[in-house]
Design a protein around this ligand. Structure first.
Ligand code: AMP
Length: 424
């Protein structure tokens, strides 16, 4: 497998798939440029070697080709500023004009392709297919044919993208769980000249550190609102970890399943049996499953609600559990601090309200302490990243993942197409 460090880009045009899907405000200004910054080491290495990056990304979810609100023209000035070289915006990501621009691209300069998802072929799904007026069997046939045609068109589109460059660098972890033209399919056009960029390298090696051969004890802290969205991760983690801490809104589904009184707390009544199955599976696998004992309950869902600490099994009617209490905080922190590998996904409570962020903060502090003592800690998958940033601890843990959905799929144990395409 090629590595970006050992590859010499001198005189080469590199197709670099990045994740520049940045948030824009109503004036089309970038409100957070973390993702652009994340790709800079890769782009700078290519330029330093004497190569030229052809930068490709999607932006948002365009419903049609040339959705003007989602043009890469809004991203261009920031890319140019951070990269410090001349960056030209191509009018499209494929087509004659773009091919011409790529061909004439000077060494030491970069080309930014227009939004990849302006073409439905990037995702390889039929766009605007409406079969409502057809009978069921015809609709099925038409849909099947449309999907087949979309896949064929995706192949052609992939070829056009590949023809722009001499090598392929995958650096978009945020979309590595998608088998799209630019994230996975394109790699087969560069059997000897494909590699991960620096961001992908960091993400992939962090995931491997926890999934392949973790230092023990290994503790996963799963929070967030629902069991249903976390079940695949929990099941996979039960094969891997020594300790599994379950916190957040899921707490109350478990408490109710075990016969507790949970008042108005968030609960998935159709997942009570599942909660009991998880408890059994943990026992069977010898995993130490830790559930909260106490909760900070509120008399309404707001930051200034009245609060009291009660047992998770004795929450008064019309009160709801909004965060873990001090007994659980200590129980969880003790286990976390004694761990050598830690994965944190999901807050312990409604951390967006300052009055219910204490539990999540205490988990974060315990992770920071464990990390200081040599543990490897990976934070990722949505809200725990927001948590760690809110508390200002991003630099005090081992790695904060940039990929929400991609990280979740990786820790569910799935093979990510964007990773497999490079490793194959
Ligand atoms: P998820 O996207 O499933 O990781 O869930 C994250 C969300 O869960 C955050 O917005 C939290 O506010 C929410 N959450 C965590 N604990 C609770 C709780 N006890 N009651 C309601 N929502 C919660």
């Amino acid at each position: 497998m090629q590595t970006i460090d050992s590859y010499n880009f001198a005189g080469k045009k590199a197709f670099v798939r990045v994740d520049f899907n940045v948030p824009l405000n109503e004036n089309f200004e970038i409100t957070d440029d973390t993702r652009i910054r994340g790709a800079l080491p890769t782009l700078k290495k290519i330029l330093k070697d004497g190569g030229s990056p052809i930068i490709a990304s999607h932006l948002g979810k365009p419903k049609k080709n040339q959705d003007t609100g989602l043009s890469m023209k809004y991203v261009l000035p920031r890319v140019q500023e951070l990269l410090g070289v001349n960056v030209t915006l191509a009018p499209d990501c494929v087509g004659e004009k773009t091919a011409e621009l790529a061909k004439n691209l000077k060494l030491g300069e970069a080309l930014l392709l227009e939004n990849l998802r302006f073409h439905a072929e990037e995702e390889g799904k039929p766009r605007d297919l409406n079969v409502d007026a057809l009978d069921e069997s015809t609709a099925k046939d038409v849909t099947k044919t449309a999907k087949k045609l979309a896949k064929a068109a995706q192949k052609e589109f992939t070829k056009m993208l590949a023809s722009l460059a001499d090598c392929y660098v995958m650096d978009a972890f945020g979309t590595a769980h998608r088998a799209h033209a630019s994230t996975a399919l394109i790699a087969e056009h560069f059997p000897k000249d494909k590699m991960f960029g620096y961001l992908m390298n960091a993400e992939v090696s962090s995931v491997e550190k926890i999934m392949a051969n973790p230092a023990r004890p290994f503790t996963a802290i799963m929070g967030g609102s629902k069991v249903s969205t976390k079940i695949d991760i929990i099941t996979n983690m039960l094969q891997k970890v020594d300790n599994l801490i379950i916190a957040g809104g899921m707490t109350y589904t478990f408490a109710k399943a075990l016969g507790g009184k949970i008042g108005n707390s968030i609960c998935e009544n159709d997942k009570l049996d599942l909660a009991l199955e998880i408890i059994e599976l943990a026992k069977k696998n010898g995993v130490n499953l830790l559930l909260a004992d106490d909760t900070k309950a509120a008399d309404n869902f707001s930051n200034d609600a009245n609060t009291q600490f009660v047992s998770v099994n004795e929450i008064p009617d019309s009160w709801e559990g909004m965060d873990i209490g001090p007994v659980s905080e200590k129980k969880f922190a003790d286990v976390i601090k004694a761990s050598k590998t830690i994965l944190w996904n999901g807050p312990t409570g409604v951390f967006e309200f300052d009055n219910f962020a204490h539990g999540s903060r205490s988990v974060a502090e315990a992770i920071v302490e464990a990390t200081k003592n040599g543990a490897f800690s990976l934070i990722g998958g949505g809200d725990s990243v927001a948590c760690i940033n809110k508390f200002g601890f991003a630099d005090a843990v081992s790695y904060v993942s940039t990929g929400g959905g991609a990280l979740l799929e990786a820790i569910e144990g799935k093979v990510l197409p964007g990773i497999a395409a490079i490793k194959e």
